[in-house]
Design a protein around this ligand. Structure first.
Ligand SMILES: [Zn+2]
Ligand SMILES: [Zn+2]
Length: 309
């Protein structure tokens, strides 16, 4: 395995930055939960074949299938359109957060997910037992810890299932927003985190077919995508010292975008190279690239919702 590094001088040309003068950029794309879970499940199943992570990928595919069933058969009971418009003018906190618009329906989703994983016992049995032994209040506290970024307070195995239930909840909330409400939330936002829920991005993705290849970050919780100019650090916004790492070839479907200013990195996926990729699955399928990038002295600034630290 060799690692290919694109130095600063050979970066993507300025015309590829996605700054399309005169045209209106879509600032963000709200999620379509059923489409996301269906596609992700299929991608996990496709890549599970002859994969050293086959068993884990099958577990993830099953979780996505359960999320799909939840959205289909137990959709969220809240309607947040009016509440969201009022909240957005009331304070500067994340519109979708543990403080705003959070009820306990996600706990029913957690129960549905863990009850649906009987095929994967006994491997995950201790985690399921531990979650089943917790009170609703204890689970609510663990959710609040995860939503506030205190990942070390939660066992990583339990975090996978709790986050999967929370994501199913918040992705449906985000899907209810109107483009106008979401755009107002985005305009006032100036941070590397999701403009709607303030969670970390999974990675960024260059859209297929968009003029000049626009790049969007995708949220690890609510799955919203928000616009981010290319050849610019998504963590500290610096543009002066960016390098790209890829495995084996320069025109790879996935690279790490590395910033020498903050020493952070995040993966960037290219739909024109591989239109079938899924940002969560393909991130897990390229962990060797993370390893090589971390060996070069960079730290990941994103979160994969199927792999907790
Ligand atoms: Zn979000
Ligand atoms: Zn940076």
């Amino acid at each position: 395995m060799t690692i290919h590094i694109t130095p600063q001088q050979q970066l993507e040309s300025k015309s590829q930055q996605g700054i399309n003068q005169g045209a209106k950029l879509p600032l963000l794309y709200l999620p379509h939960p059923k489409r996301i879970y269906q596609h992700r499940k299929q991608r996990f199943m496709q890549l599970a074949k002859a994969n050293p992570l086959a068993h884990y990928f099958s577990l993830c595919a099953k979780i996505n299938a359960l999320q799909l069933t939840i959205v289909d058969q137990s959709p969220i009971t809240q309607n947040i359109k009016v509440a969201a418009n009022n909240l957005i003018t009331a304070n500067n906190s994340a519109l979708l957060s543990a403080n705003n618009l959070f009820n306990q329906q996600w706990q029913d989703y957690l129960t549905q997910i863990i009850n649906g994983l009987t095929d994967f016992q006994p491997q995950i049995d201790p985690i399921i037992q531990s979650l089943n032994n917790k009170t609703r209040q204890e689970k609510q506290q663990l959710a609040t810890d995860l939503l506030s970024g205190a990942f070390t307070k939660v066992n990583s195995g339990e975090a996978l299932f709790i986050w999967s239930a929370l994501a199913c909840y918040y992705t449906q909330l985000a899907a209810q927003l109107t483009g106008e409400t979401a755009a107002i939330a985005t305009r006032a936002h100036n941070s590397p985190l999701c403009p709607l829920c303030h969670s970390h991005p999974i990675a960024s993705i260059v859209h297929l077919g968009s003029e000049n290849g626009l790049r969007y970050l995708q949220c690890s919780l609510c799955e919203t995508q928000w616009y981010s100019p290319r050849v610019k650090c998504t963590n500290c916004q610096d543009m002066s010292a960016i390098d790209y790492y890829s495995l084996d070839k320069e025109l790879a479907a996935v690279k790490t975008e590395c910033c020498h200013h903050c020493h952070g990195y995040l993966k960037i996926f290219y739909q024109d190279v591989d239109p079938k990729l899924d940002i969560v699955v393909d991130d897990l399928n390229t962990l060797i690239l993370d390893q090589e990038t971390e060996n070069a002295g960079f730290s990941k600034t994103g979160l994969n919702p199927m792999l907790f630290p």
